[in-house]
Ligand binder design. Structure first.
Ligand SMILES: Nc1ncnc2c1ncn2[C@@H]1O[C@H](COP(=O)(O)OP(=O)(O)OP(=O)(O)O)[C@@H](O)[C@H]1O
Length: 358
């Protein structure tokens, strides 16, 4: 079932939490809402679910406006970070719950419910746990029960709020893979909230990056990673080095250093240069590409690469982080020369054309 979110705004008292959010999610897609704490992800998810009312805008499911439809009647499954299982019910009864409380007219027979729950138990690989109570399960197992419970009523849409947030890294990884397989098998539409970018990159078809109640970017994992549309997205996704610089006339100043640009630059004054750790290549000697002197503070072997921590002379900055795949690492305490040619240049939030040096 497709979801269309049109111009949704929401405030709590004086605090505007969502600012005219619009988003189209095609049927069968898995979408991650990714953003820092307080960016409005959960509020948007709750509005889709019908657990919260928007102040303005509309939500359409398969073209039908559901803004006035009660959460119960939206055909939406919901999974929270904290399992919210019924403690006094065993696993079987927890999963069966949604089916047993259906109105008598549409409620399946006991035999059908049993068959369905057993199939779900198999799917979430907990067949031998049917009689256990939630307290007798691990976190990962509880979360699988919560998922099975949400899926029992065959929702067309599954909404997940940090579903694996409380679990350790290994279990998280396994569960999200498994959720993706389940999603592909059952073909529901899923929207999940996370602040873990690796999780979003790993399983989502599309990522919606949110900040302060706005959508900063909506695209495939590759698009948001390789072509960040704003400085926020660039800085939020993955590690990044920032180097303040100044353009004056046709010269670029970084720390104590100064170079001539090959043509007049469109912007004068203070700018920021951004480089991913692997874009910051180094050489033991200065050359036409490697120009910025930096002192090697730390060298850490990381298997097939070196992690370098570098200090640019004359600049009060956090050390720069570089990843080097050279055979030999530079020695600690020596000076190396960094290549700035791959820098992305931002002035405020705007991406400028790359620098070209003489
Ligand atoms: N019921 C509420 N009453 C008042 N303010 C609220 C309520 N729910 C959320 N907020 C506020 O709305 C803003 C967005 O909250 P929301 O939970 O949607 O963010 P989030 O991106 O999901 O954050 P997190 O990753 O921390 O869960 C926050 O500033 C929060 O304090």
């Amino acid at each position: 079932m497709s979801i269309n979110i049109n111009q949704i705004s929401k405030s709590f008292g004086d605090t505007q939490v969502l600012n005219q959010i619009s988003l189209d999610i095609p049927s069968g897609e898995m979408v991650a809402l990714l953003g820092p704490s307080g960016s409005g992800k959960t509020t948007l998810l709750r509005i889709i679910a019908g657990l919260e009312n928007q102040n303005s805008g509309e939500i359409l499911f398969h073209g039908r406006d559901v803004s006035q439809v009660h959460a119960r009647d939206r055909q939406v499954g919901f999974v929270f970070q904290h399992y919210a299982l019924f403690r006094h019910m065993n696993v079987f009864d927890n999963i069966a719950f949604g089916l047993t409380v259906m109105p008598r007219k549409s409620r399946p027979s006991k035999a059908v419910i049993r068959e369905k729950v057993m199939k779900l138990l198999e799917m979430v690989q907990l067949k031998e746990f049917a009689k256990r109570y939630p307290a007798q399960l691990s976190g990962g197992q509880k979360q699988r029960v919560a998922l099975a419970r949400a899926l029992a009523v065959e929702p067309a849409i599954l909404l997940l709020d940090e579903p694996f947030g409380a679990l350790d890294a290994q279990v998280r990884k396994e569960l999200r893979r498994w959720l993706r397989q389940l999603h592909d098998e059952l073909k529901f539409t899923s929207v999940f909230v996370t602040h873990d970018q690796e999780e979003a990159m790993d399983v989502a078809d599309h990522i919606v990056v949110m900040s302060q109640g706005n959508i900063e970017q909506h695209g495939t994992p590759q698009q948001v990673w390789q072509k960040p549309e704003s400085r926020f997205v660039l800085e939020f996704l993955g590690e990044i080095n920032r180097l303040p610089a100044t353009v004056s006339g046709q010269s670029l100043h970084v720390g104590h250093q100064q170079w001539e640009l090959s043509q007049p630059y469109g912007v004068q004054g203070n700018i920021d240069l951004f480089l991913r750790p692997w874009e910051l290549t180094w050489s033991a000697h200065p050359d036409t590409l490697h120009r910025l002197p930096a002192k090697v503070l730390e060298v850490t072997p990381r298997g097939h690469f070196w992690q370098l921590s570098l200090d640019v002379e004359g600049m009060a900055l956090d050390p720069l982080s570089a990843i080097s795949q050279t055979v030999v690492a530079p020695d600690r305490g020596t000076t190396v020369y960094l290549n700035l040619a791959q820098a992305r240049v931002y002035q405020q939030d705007n991406l400028l054309t790359p620098l070209a040096f003489d």
